[in-house]
Design a protein around this ligand. Structure first.
Ligand code: A2P
Length: 343
């Protein structure tokens, strides 16, 4: 099956994540027979490149998926909710980057380094969900620790880049920064407050329990991916004026005894992780180093001296790549290699 090729669609191709999905398919030399770019009617007429070829963007409709094997969706939750079932009905497997399907018990939620076996459940609804960007970079380094030492509780605070909100937010940080530095007036359109030179402890909507939806996504998605409802997770998610790369301060409490030295050694052998932990030489994970590559960078690994079995670490990844597009393309690769036979 190694020379099988597939008909692929990218829904939301004109967006920040959709664009990166296209680049990831190119970079990873995905076995493509045909590729289709879908977006809203606003984008019809635009052309996007795939391997040097111009491809016209088509409007996403209920009939877009006839003859398509795999569709990568990143066009917002409402769009996925509406169109993914039409795609699945036409025999296409959807890998969806929105939050629409993540907590559906019949839909697998997959991080290839953690639970690749869950891909098999695509057969239930023809849909596989890509987790939230902040959850992906949390579970990649914590998975081997959970397996070996048993994680009881996770306390995580995030420092999230504006690209996670999409192209409009990238433009807003850019224009606000320029305006403020030039003593000009600026507008807040995407976020409720100015994001330039600021930090907003508010990502997605507030819920009745006082947490934001983003914070509760990290709780529920981590438990689903680890297939462990007993694990305690508490999160504070913060938007910061960074374009690309989410950073996370992570504290874990384990059941078995663990030391920072053991954690560092285990993470050095973990697929998808790069340990960057040499504080004496000012080397630790940085958003500007994480951006543009696919590894999850881990550093500042140290014993939590306030509890018996605790570890602190600082984890950074490219939210558009590993946090979204790369993870989705990796899922599609598992599908092509293990489950689908192309032509
Ligand atoms: P369009 O560019 O035509 O609006 P981002 O998250 O960077 O803002 O990108 C969102 C992506 O989702 C874009 O490709 C956008 O297309 C697409 N999109 C948004 N709403 C719809 C819709 N109703 N139907 C199809 N595509 C949509």
């Amino acid at each position: 099956m190694t020379d099988s090729r597939f008909n692929i669609a990218v829904a939301g191709a004109t967006g920040a994540v959709g664009n990166q999905m296209i680049s990831c398919l190119e970079e990873r030399n995905f076995p493509i027979k045909s590729i289709k770019f879908l977006a809203s009617s606003r984008s019809v007429g635009r052309k996007l490149k795939y391997k040097g070829r111009d491809i016209a963007v088509e409007e996403l409709t209920e009939t877009s998926f006839k003859g398509i094997d795999i569709a990568l969706f990143s066009a917002g939750g409402g769009t996925s909710e509406k169109f993914a079932p039409f795609a699945a009905n036409d025999g296409c497997v959807v890998v969806d980057n929105s939050s629409a399907w993540r907590m559906d018990p019949e839909v697998p939620l997959v991080v290839p380094e953690v639970n690749p076996h869950a891909v098999a459940q695509y057969r239930n609804k023809g849909i596989i969900a890509n987790p939230n960007c902040s959850t992906i970079q949390l579970v990649v380094p914590l998975h081997p620790l959970h397996q070996k030492y048993g994680i009881k509780r996770i306390v995580v605070s995030t420092y999230q880049a504006v690209s996670g909100t999409g192209k409009k937010a990238i433009d807003e940080l850019d224009s606000q920064t320029r305006a403020i530095l030039n003593f000009k007036k600026h507008e807040n359109k995407v976020y409720p407050h100015t994001i330039a030179f600021n930090c907003l402890p508010h990502i997605d909507v507030f819920l009745e329990n006082g947490y934001t939806k983003e914070e509760m996504k990290m709780v529920h998605e981590t438990r689903k991916i680890f297939e462990d409802d007993t694990i305690g997770v508490t999160a504070t998610t913060v938007r910061v004026p960074v374009f690309f790369g989410h950073s996370e301060s992570i504290n874990i409490e384990t059941i078995k005894n663990v030391s920072a030295i053991e954690v560092r050694a285990l993470l050095e052998r973990t697929s998808g992780v790069k340990v960057v932990d040499d504080p004496e030489n000012n080397r630790y994970p940085l958003a500007i180093d994480a951006a543009g590559q696919d590894l999850t960078l881990v550093g500042r690994i140290r014993d939590d001296e306030s509890i018996e079995n605790g570890i602190n670490m600082w984890v950074v990844a490219d939210n558009i790549r590993k946090g979204a597009a790369t993870n989705a393309v990796q899922i599609a690769e598992i599908l092509t290699k293990e489950y689908l036979s192309g032509e």
